[in-house]
Design a protein around this ligand. Structure first.
Ligand code: ZN
Length: 175
């Protein structure tokens, strides 16, 4: 749900952008920190929200996935307001659990890997205010997955055995 609307300059149009998939090199680069939350960053966030909500199965998107190597993430869990993260960092991880995961940049596949039980992360929101959240469940998983994207990591890098990747139908949740 996009309760939070980004204010754009008059004439700016939000665009659904194509998602970069493997082996696009931008997916393997460490993304740069945002130094100022200017109009170009706001436009990027608006386009990322538009792209995320173009398909109801999408729960998260990192800027490198649309070809922009900046530390910006949008997470949109079902029935929740979008979370916009500028320069997100994981502060603490606790516990371990086995999850199934897919990625928009590796379409048509899912794999099993370990993720933390709880993740404490901090970031700046679009107003530049620091936000700190302790997350569990799908949100914790999405935070780890999307911050990995900012560091050039993909979920398959956490799998002990990529032979266990399996093909899926398209309507699954992908992050
Ligand atoms: Zn992904």
């Amino acid at each position: 749900m996009r309760l939070f609307k980004v204010h754009l300059d008059e004439g700016d149009v939000m665009t659904v952008l194509p998602i970069k998939t493997l082996p696009e090199p931008v997916l393997r680069k460490r993304a740069k920190r945002v130094t100022s939350i200017d109009n170009s960053v706001k436009k990027l966030v608006a386009d990322m929200q538009e792209t995320l909500h173009a398909d109801p199965g999408r729960v998260g998107l990192a800027a490198p996935q649309i070809g922009v190597s900046l530390r910006v993430v949008v997470i949109g869990l079902p029935d929740e307001e979008d979370i916009i993260m500028i320069n997100p960092e994981i502060v603490k991880k606790k516990g371990e659990r086995r999850v199934s995961e897919g990625c928009l940049s590796i379409p048509g596949y899912m794999g099993e890997l370990n993720r933390a039980e709880t993740v404490t992360a901090k970031w700046r929101n679009l107003n530049g205010k620091e936000v700190r959240v302790k997350a569990e469940g799908l949100l914790a998983q999405a935070i780890e997955h999307e911050i990995d994207h900012l560091n050039g990591w993909l979920y398959i890098d956490h799998m002990d055995d990529t032979d266990s990747l399996h093909k899926i139908d398209t309507d699954n949740i992908e992050i």
